[in-house]
Design a protein around this ligand. Structure first.
Ligand SMILES: [Zn+2]
Ligand SMILES: [Zn+2]
Length: 158
């Protein structure tokens, strides 16, 4: 499966169903609009059919992206309900944009017990296994190449 397919697969069934219903609802609305109220300015029939199928697609994709944010924020241990609401209610897709700017990195699987842990953690919250090098004094995660701990000033060996 390619990258996009993998990302798509995290969207819940409910999310996909909602996106489909958005498309179906708009399509039906357009069909009713074109058939019930025939005005002299209406586009020719083939164009009407094309519009009926294509016009609802962007909104349906919008719904899919929001469903993706819901699933993605949850898997990253972010406030997924809040981010979903922001994505829906901030106009012009700005909520969506903000999400992709501020989303946190994916969680790591602990090598000891397999439970999910944030990338910034030095130790697994479940089993206590070391996830990355930590300061021996204050136990904060430290980066390779540091001579001293950036948090407590303690000397780091090597
Ligand atoms: Zn663990
Ligand atoms: Zn320290």
């Amino acid at each position: 499966m390619n990258r996009l397919g993998q990302e798509f697969s995290i969207i819940s069934r409910t999310g996909k169903l909602i996106a489909f219903l958005v498309w179906l609802g708009l399509t039906l609305t357009l069909i009713v609009l074109f058939t019930a109220v025939t005005k002299p300015g209406d586009p020719p029939f083939p164009i009407q059919v094309l519009m009926t199928v294509i016009v609802p697609v962007p909104l349906s994709i919008y719904a899919l992206v929001i469903a993706y944010i819901h699933a993605d924020a949850r898997r990253r241990a972010m406030r997924h309900v809040l981010w979903t609401l922001l994505a829906i209610f901030i106009p012009n897709a700005i909520g969506i944009l903000l999400y992709f700017i501020f989303r946190e990195p994916l969680l790591l699987a602990c090598p000891g017990c397999g439970s999910a842990a944030r990338r910034t953690f030095a130790f697994c919250p479940a089993c206590g296994a070391a996830l990355q090098p930590a300061c021996p004094v204050c136990r904060h995660p430290v980066e390779h190449g540091w001579a001293n701990c950036a948090y407590c000033g303690g000397r780091l060996g090597g």
